[in-house]
Structures are given as C-alpha cells and as structure tokens.
Write a protein that binds this ligand. Structure first.
Ligand code: PXP
Length: 239
C-alpha cells in the first residue's frame, strides 16, 4: 500500500494575510503541491476566516484536478458550504475561536447526534468524511457508529514528545491499537498534526495508516529551501 500525503496549505493564506494582498496565492500553491507529488490538498475554512477564505474554497474546489479535503467544524453554516462546493473529502474538526491551531480531537460523546446527522448528509453527497479524533479505542468505536468512512488520529502528543526527544512509546502504542481496530472495522486511518520528518518516519511503520496530512512543517521547510531559487532569480534580475 502506498501511503498518501495530503498537504495543508492554510499557512500560505496566513502569509498572504500578513500583507492583505493577493500573494502568495493558495490555489497556485495547491496546483504546485500536486505537481510535486502531493496526493491531496487540505484547507481549513474557519469560522473566523483567519487564513483560508470563502473565495479560496470556491476557486480551489472549482479546479477539478485538485483532490480537495475540506477541514470544517460540524455546524449548519459549514455543512451548507460543503454541499455547495462539494470537496472530495471532508475532515470534521473541533473549532475554538481563540485556539492557535486545532488543539485536540472531537468530543464524539457530547456531539454524537449532531455529528451523525452531518456525516449522513455528507455521505448522501458522496463526500468522504473523516473525524479528527484523539487516539482512544472508544473514539474509534463511536466513529464507526456515526457512519464515518475514515478517522484522522490527532498526532499532536506523539509529535511533541518526538520533537523534545522524550519517550513516545506509550503514544505510539495508542495510535497502533486505534489504527488496528479502525482498520478491522472498515475505517480508513489517517493521521495529522505536528508531523515532521522524524514523526513521519516513525508513523510510516504503522501499516494501517493510509494518509498523512501535514501543514506547518511542509510550509516551513518550503520557505527555507525555496529561498535558493527565489534569491537567485532576484540576483539575475538585479544584475
Ligand atoms: N489535520 C488536521 C485535522 C488539522 O487540523 C491540522 C492542522 O490544521 C493538520 C492535520 C495539520 O497539522 P500541522 O499543520 O501541524 O501539520
């Protein structure tokens, strides 16, 4: 099985917002990421539109060659938007207005009914839906009962441990157990949050994981390693 790589381009929109102008454009980044080997593109349309905006979603979802994964909160506004733009995939995430990034997985127990209804609607529109969950066995079982097609396991904790060179075996075990159970229940297993090269390498050995969704680290590395090309282009112009 080849593992798929989904690239989250929210931070491109964050950089654009720093100037309030058009550059850098998320839809061009999306096209380039696919040209360079990404398997899908993720954007998170947040309630506060702090980075990706409605126009980005409209534009990117209209380009049929872009396999699009829309991250969204489970509420009626977002559901309407998803039905209108029909991304290929939806990942339902919890959303808090003041968080810097998605801090944890969904509270499935608390929002069971609402989530089930959202998933059933998305299923009707043939939009593959995943639930962003903390890696616990009960979350996997509930995800199945809510008719989700996939789960995305929140890898924030294991990623942090690995970055700090601290013990991570416990976190890895939880992810492995969840991945195994999910696969046996017919759920596709994805992972995301805080993943860098080292964490990707470790998690790539968990054979049930089919998709990695990575944003911050890819955009950060791209800035560092894209400098060479951009600066030499300026040097040529300024000669
Ligand atoms: N997957 C989900 C569901 C997320 O919310 C995020 C963060 O937006 C990511 C993956 C990507 O996380 P990171 O930017 O830390 O790689």
């Amino acid at each position: 099985m080849t593992i798929r790589l989904g690239v989250n381009i929210d931070h491109v929109a964050t950089i654009r917002k720093a100037r309030g102008e058009k550059h850098p454009e998320p839809y061009i980044t999306a096209k380039k990421a696919l040209e360079y080997g990404a398997d899908s593109i993720t954007i998170h349309l947040r309630e506060d539109r702090r980075h990706i905006n409605d126009n980005d979603l409209k534009l990117i979802s209209s380009i049929k060659s872009i396999p699009l994964n829309l991250e969204m909160a489970s509420n009626s506004e977002m559901l309407k938007i998803a039905i209108k733009h029909k991304p290929d995939f939806v990942c339902i995430v919890p959303e808090k207005r003041n968080e810097v990034t998605t801090e944890g997985g969904l509270n499935l127990k608390r929002y069971k009914n609402k989530l089930k209804s959202t998933i059933n609607t998305l299923n009707k529109y043939k939009i593959r839906t995943s639930l962003f969950i903390n890696p616990t066995i009960s979350n996997v079982i509930i995800s199945k009962s809510l008719n989700a097609k996939c789960i995305e396991l929140h890898t924030g904790k294991i990623s942090n441990q690995i970055k700090k060179n601290k013990k991570f075996a416990n976190h890895l075990k939880k992810i492995k157990n969840c991945a195994k159970l999910a696969k046996s229940l017919g759920l596709e297993v994805h992972v995301g949050h805080g993943i860098d090269y080292k964490t990707a390498k470790i998690l790539s050995n968990v054979k049930e994981i089919e998709e990695f969704n990575i944003g911050h680290f890819i955009i950060g590395e791209s800035i560092i390693f894209g400098l060479k090309k951009t600066i030499s282009r300026f040097k040529k112009i300024l000669k």
